[in-house]
Design a protein around this ligand. Sequence first.
Ligand code: NAI
Ligand code: MG
Length: 480
Amino acid sequence: MSFLEYAPAPESKAILNLRDSYGLFIDGEFVDGSGKSFTTISPADESHIAEIAGASDDDIDRAVTAARRAYDKVWSKMSGRDRGKYLFRIARLVQERARELAVAESLDNGKPIKESRDVDVPLVASWFFYYAGWADKLDYAGLGANPRAHGVAGQIIPWNFPLLMLAWKIAPALAAGNTVVLKPAETTPLTALIFAEILQQADLPAGVVNIVTGAGATGATLVRHPEVDKVAFTGSTGVGRDIAKAVAGTNKKVTLELGGKAANIVFDDAPIDQAVEGIVNGIFFNQGHVCCAGSRLLVQESIHDEVIDRLKTRLSTLRLGNPLDKNTDIGAINSAAQLARIRELSDIGEAEGAERWTADCAIPDKGFWFAPTIFTGVEASHRIARDEVFGPVLSVLTFRTPAEAIAKANNTPYGLSAGIWTDKGSRILAVADRLRAGVVWANTFNRFDPASPFGGYKESGYGREGGRHGLTAYLKGAAA
Ligand code: NAI
Ligand code: MG
């Protein structure tokens, strides 16, 4: 179904200057890895992008040793003002290479170019600009007199916002005076490696940031390295638990940003058209690969049918396909494994008795794809109402009173984010106050700003990233 055909408008890959293979970035240089190398592919067509070095335990030791040396000899001795200059320089280089980074991100991850171009990469630059500004003001941040860095930070990031998660981790760590060993996710290492080139361009002193590629075992080794003082992780709750256990009883500091199952609550006085846009953005942005995605729609019973009708109409206009096409709304699922998980949970949703509706769109022959899907008639006990699907799948539940909405919204082991749609300011404040969620959006969803702290309750993890609060994780004895 389509009343308006769009001509293809692909962003050119000619701007990319990719290598056939990438080494590890240790002590300011690309070096060979002694672990098993792997390939990163484009999930949109399964084409080979580049061969990526695998870091062995020895390589990780080399990276941590380089970070320790850089901390002791250079970074811990440098003034905040000078550290800030490097961060400003990195921010500007990200802006200069923005288009290239956006194309690389969409190619490697599968997300639509309009998102990588208009959301991910601009936010990456803004994160570095924001924390650059803090580097010389730590003494005035209300975090105690003369706050001090921990030392070496070991950082592990996921594949859903590869470069943005790198920025969330590296920018505050460096501003606070730490040095870094970062491990990107195995399906999306590309932009972290281009970022390493940017660090060379910025003349960042060798060893201040090291990037080691590999799968879960590489991350596990990094977490356990005795010279790592601070661990920062974003990813699944299961791995978060493993990391918490690994560091228990050591002096390492940890922050964990894990999954979510956010309630997006629509009251009967909400502006419906805006709410529908917010629901779409809440769960179909980035194919639903978003930890704070509004994956549980709680809609007031009296407007349920109207909202669902309008939502289905809206979803029928979304264009699924080539991530590099500027008109694409829904890109590829990041990996075969994630697609299998989305399929499995959706099949369980159907088997448990929820009603499944899928947007009618053509699925490309190659690559990993999942059409926007809605489940109505979902019960709080259903797996699709409890488990993080991490895909373009919305579960719809209803409520009658604000108290019931709050009870249902909080009925989850997670607590990362929530949304409220209503015309009444007083209701926004009253409901937000009772939601056990780190971020509550009102009449909007999935908004990010470097000045605003982000993080969870319960199984969504602990610690805050972003804002002044985000500095505390990287400073000794600091409490926000
Ligand atoms: P994952 O948690 O395994 O991967 C995230 C990162 O952790 C990757 O860099 C991975 O290599 C690394 N890692 C894996 N095992 C590790 C270990 N034992 N020690 C240290 N690092 C380790 O997530 P996965 O398997 O890719 O996705 C599974 C589910 O996790 C998704 O379906 C989604 O529900 C959730 N997830 C949540 C994310 C979030 O932003 N909160 C991001 C990615 C996944
Ligand atoms: Mg890839």
